[in-house]
Design a protein around this ligand. Structure first.
Ligand code: ADP
Length: 485
């Protein structure tokens, strides 16, 4: 699948290339059109000029009398002449027509400045008249010198319709060709950009696979030795170093957790033993039970750290079996009652019976306890915690609602991140920021999820959805084992 980043880059590259190419093509097409149309009109003028010279050579004027050399003599020449000179007239120095062809006399062209200039300067002149039919008539004014150096103007013309048609045909071809060329170029640029960006896309895909849990992925090296290859090689080197130091850190964390766990277990056992002995000073017993609480908190933190160290390198295994979720939730509520009473928080449960499914009891217990613990921990004295378990269609739904200080919208996005703790409670409430991360991983590993809704200052509600898979259709039934990250 193409990721949006290269696709955007690809479109941008293709667009830039097409726009610069389009400018070039439009300028070229425009120049070619100008050049070709000029050629066509020039050719028309050249033909008219040749015809003018030919006619002029056949013409003799003697005191307002026109004589045609050859014309009368040779009927064939005459016919040809009349056919080719559809638009002809000879004007005297007052603009009066001495002679004109039939079509020309019907037009009654005005005496113009160009004609008068031809008369005075003796130079040929060009004019274009728009006829009532809409067609343009190209006219050549040539000087004719008659008897006693008297000057006349000979006008011959030709319709421009053929030339104009040729020019408009060229325009049409250009208008059709330019978009086609541009479309082809756009497609070509898109394909070329796609080919070039595929390497970057592969880098993006590889980069997405890299995370703190899995540093084993590497960037692809094509072997061409180009800049992208060099970048991939450099990044791969950095990744290898990171992987080694991450492994060392997790190993250290695991060893450390192990070292701390042992004395903690001994301390807890001793404190419990001491508390079991009857009698003794009440103040001393209270101190001991407080110490036991601290030891338990420390033990939980250590086991979270252990889990964290493990999750950097390995997957957590899920051992599923048929479990009654109702019993687990009820037991968790009962277990938390003592702690909530101590903090003057009222805990209530509405638990639907016989909500049975395939769960890993240890992990599920951890999930439920974490949600209840947070609901009490982040609550106010005299607050409430309401736990509801129900089943809808094929899912179990567990909601834990509290009247605590709530979570801002911004923090709601982050509370499931590993190690995240809201800044406002970091100092006042103890914790590791791992509980919700693991709770969500556990829910997801069971095929479910956790959602949070909260209004700051009023409380929060965590909603866990878990599919209720029966033994027969459980995908984990055979192995009873599933992985959670
Ligand atoms: P911990 O409780 O150890 O800090 P969690 O992963 O369980 O770690 O919770 C992460 C953060 O989410 C907490 O630090 C807290 O800021 C916030 N949080 C979790 N549950 C609640 C709750 N019920 N009310 C308010 N904030 C909560």
């Amino acid at each position: 699948m193409t990721s949006p980043l290269p696709r955007r880059l690809r479109s941008r590259l293709a667009l830039k290339q097409t726009v610069s190419f389009a400018l070039l093509v439009i300028v070229l097409a425009w120049s070619a059109y100008g050049f070709l149309s000029r050629r066509i009109y020039d050719q028309l003028d050249a033909e008219l000029q040749d015809r003018g010279i030919a006619v002029r050579s056949m013409l003799q004027v003697r005191s307002n009398e026109v004589r045609w050399i050859n014309k009368a003599a040779d009927p064939e020449v005459r016919e040809q002449f009349e056919r080719s000179i559809r638009f002809y007239e000879l004007l005297d120095d007052h603009g009066r027509a001495l002679e004109s062809s039939q079509e020309m006399s019907g037009l009654r062209l005005p005496w113009t400045e160009t004609a008068s200039e031809t008369l005075t300067t003796g130079r040929t002149g060009w004019e274009t008249f728009k006829l009532p039919t809409g067609t343009n008539l190209r006219i050549l004014d040539s000087p004719v010198v008659g008897f006693q150096q008297r000057r006349y103007v000979m006008r011959i013309g030709t319709l421009m319709s053929d030339a104009e048609e040729d020019v408009s045909r060229i325009r049409l071809i250009m208008l059709a060709l330019v978009p086609l060329i541009l479309l082809g170029q756009a497609l070509n640029s898109w394909l070329i950009a796609g080919r070039e960006l595929r390497a970057i896309e592969q880098l993006t895909v590889a980069a997405r696979q890299i995370n703190a849990l899995d540093l084993s992925a590497r960037f692809p090296v094509s072997g061409t030795g180009d800049e992208l290859d060099q970048l991939s090689t450099a990044l791969n080197g950095t990744l290898t170093k990171l992987q080694v130091s991450f492994q060392r850190m997790s190993e250290f964390l695991r060893n450390l957790s192990h070292e701390i766990r042992q004395p903690l277990t001994v301390m807890r056992a001793e404190a419990e033993q001491a508390l079991r002995v009857r009698g003794g000073d009440e103040a001393y017993r209270e101190m001991l039970s407080k110490q036991l609480e601290h030891v338990e908190l420390l033990a939980r933190t250590v086991s979270d750290l252990m889990e964290l160290a493990q999750s950097d390198t390995e997957e957590i295994k899920l051992n599923c079996q048929t479990e009654d979720l109702s019993e687990m939730v009820q037991a968790a509520i009962d277990g938390m009652r003592l702690k909530s009473t101590e903090l003057s928080i009222q805990i209530s449960g509405t638990v639907q019976q016989n909500v049975i499914g395939q769960f890993d009891p240890g992990q599920m217990w951890r999930l439920i306890l974490n949600l209840l613990d947070n609901a009490i921990k982040y609550n106010h004295p005299d607050g409430r915690v309401d736990v509801v378990l129900s089943s809808h269609q094929d899912s179990a739904i567990l909601t834990v609602t509290d009247t605590g200080h709530g979570i801002s919208a911004e923090e709601q996005q982050r509370i499931f991140e590993r190690g995240y703790r809201a800044a406002s409670i970091r100092k006042s409430v103890s914790g590791t920021g791992l509980g919700l991360h693991f709770a969500r991983s556990i829910a997801r590993a069971h095929g479910g999820d956790i959602e949070v809704s909260s209004s700051p200052g009023r409380g929060s509600s965590f909603r866990v959805t878990l599919p209720l898979i029966t033994v027969a259709d459980s995908p984990v039934n055979k192995s009873h084992e599933k992985s959670v990250q």
